[in-house]
Design a protein around this ligand. Structure first.
Ligand code: URA
Length: 186
C-alpha cells in the first residue's frame, strides 16, 4: 500500500465519534521517505480546518525549533496519534487512540523512518511506554525495532513560557539534529 492509498482509506473513517465532527482529516505531511518522523497527539483547530498537522501556534513554534537546528520541515514527516480533532482539544481518549493507531502504524511501515520523535506526553505514552514521564524522560533515546525513538516536550506546553523547559527542548532538539545528520550521511 502507498501513503496515498492509505490516506484515501482514512478519508471516510467513522470508526470513532470524532469522524462526525471533523472538518478535515489530518493524515500527515512531509517527505514520504523521511529519515525522521515527528508524532504529535491530535489536530487542533487550525489543523482541523486546514487538514495539515502542526500549522497553528504550536506548529509555528515547532517550525522555529526545526529552523534553529537546521532541519528543513519538508525533509521530515509529521503526523499525530489521532487523525481527527477532539472537541475543545481535550486529550485523546484511550478508545479513540486504539481505533486510530493502526493508521499511524501503517504510515510508519510505509515511510520506514530511522528516528521517531514523540511530541509530548500523550504520544510518548502511546508509542514508548504507558507510564512515560515527560519531565523526567524527555530526550532519552530507545531502540524500538528498526528505529530509534525519543520524546520531547510538546510545543504547546512550551508556549506557556517555562524557560527551563524551553532550554531542555533546545538541548533535545540539538541531539535530534545530530542523529538526523548522521543518518543522512549513511
Ligand atoms: N498539536 C498536536 O499534537 N498536533 C497537531 O497537529 C497540532 C497541535
Amino acid at each position: 500500500m502507498t501513503l496515498d492509498e492509505l490516506r484515501s482509506a482514512c478519508e471516510g473513517c467513522q470508526k470513532c465519534a470524532l469522524g462526525a465532527t471533523r472538518h478535515k482529516l489530518v493524515f500527515g505531511t512531509g517527505n514520504q521517505s523521511a529519515v525522521l518522523m515527528f508524532v504529535g497527539e491530535a489536530p487542533g483547530e487550525s489543523e482541523d480546518l486546514s487538514g495539515i498537522p502542526f500549522v497553528g501556534r504550536a506548529g509555528k513554534l515547532l517550525d522555529k525549533y526545526l529552523e534553529y537546528v537546521d532541519i528543513p520541515r519538508e525533509d521530515v514527516y509529521i503526523a499525530n496519534i489521532l487523525k481527527c480533532r477532539p472537541p475543545q482539544n481535550r486529550d485523546p481518549q484511550e478508545n479513540e487512540q486504539d481505533l486510530c493507531i493502526g493508521y499511524l502504524r501503517e504510515q510508519v511501515r510505509i515511510i520506514r523512518p530511522k528516528m521517531i520523535v514523540c511530541l509530548g506526553r500523550i504520544a510518548a505514552m502511546r508509542l514508548i511506554k504507558p507510564d512515560y514521564r515527560i519531565t523526567k524522560e524527555h530526550g532519552i533515546w530507545v531502540q524500538k525495532g528498526a528505529f530509534e525513538m525519543t520524546a520531547v516536550y510538546h510545543p504547546s506546553l512550551l508556549l506557556r513560557g517555562n524557560t527551563t523547559y524551553k532550554e531542555q527542548m533546545l538541548t533535545d532538539m540539538k541531539v535530534v539534529a545530530e542523529k538526523y545528520r548522521k543518518y543522512k550521511e549513511i
